[in-house]
Design a protein around this ligand. Structure first.
Ligand SMILES: [Mg+2]
Length: 177
């Protein structure tokens, strides 16, 4: 089952991921999760910070797509200020969004990074598609019981990864607190 639930990299925030980091790791395109990765769950529009970060990727020549399991109206409204390639109802961990981005941008799955906050959707989608998995910690939000349950399952996997691969985590564990 390959990499399974394990990400390739862990970042405390998506905004810490620089175009230089992506390019130096052979990544030509990114597929971005929206909720809890770029904005707080349910925020209709991208913040200034999201717009700036996405435009820094675009100006570095990194092809940028957004993919959400949410419905088309939500994704289209969010994309108004970004104007990037979108997949809604992407059904992650289905590989649909990665396959769509590969076709749109003419890149190989191994040149695509899926960036998202959830192991069981975003990381699994990347690993099943043979893409690069970049896990971010979720932007804080009011959690319901279902999400709390899922976070509980994710935590040991994340902690194990961070312990085993401190060199693949940003910021490094020792730099925290
Ligand atoms: Mg998410």
């Amino acid at each position: 089952m390959g990499k399974g639930f394990s990400p390739d990299w862990y970042f405390a925030s998506a905004f810490d991921i620089t175009p230089g980091f992506l390019l130096s790791n052979g990544i030509k395109a990114v597929v971005l999760d929206i909720d809890n990765t770029l904005v707080t769950y349910g925020d209709a529009e991208p913040t200034e910070r999201v717009v700036e970060w996405v435009s820094s990727l675009k100006s570095a020549g990194i092809k940028t797509a957004i993919a959400s399991n949410n419905k088309k109206e939500r994704v289209d409204l969010f994309n108004k200020k970004l104007g990037v390639f979108c997949t809604s109802r992407s059904g992650k961990p289905s590989t649909k969004a990665v396959r769509a981005a590969c076709a749109e941008f003419s890149v190989a799955p191994t040149e695509v990074a899926v960036i998202g906050d959830q192991i069981f959707t975003d990381v699994l989608c990347a690993n099943r598609a043979d893409a690069v998995a970049i896990l971010t910690s979720p932007i804080p939000y009011r959690e319901n019981l279902f999400f709390r349950f899922k976070r509980g399952l994710e935590k040991p996997i994340i902690n194990k990864f961070r312990k085993k691969h401190p060199e693949k985590c940003f910021p490094e564990r020792s730099a925290e607190k």
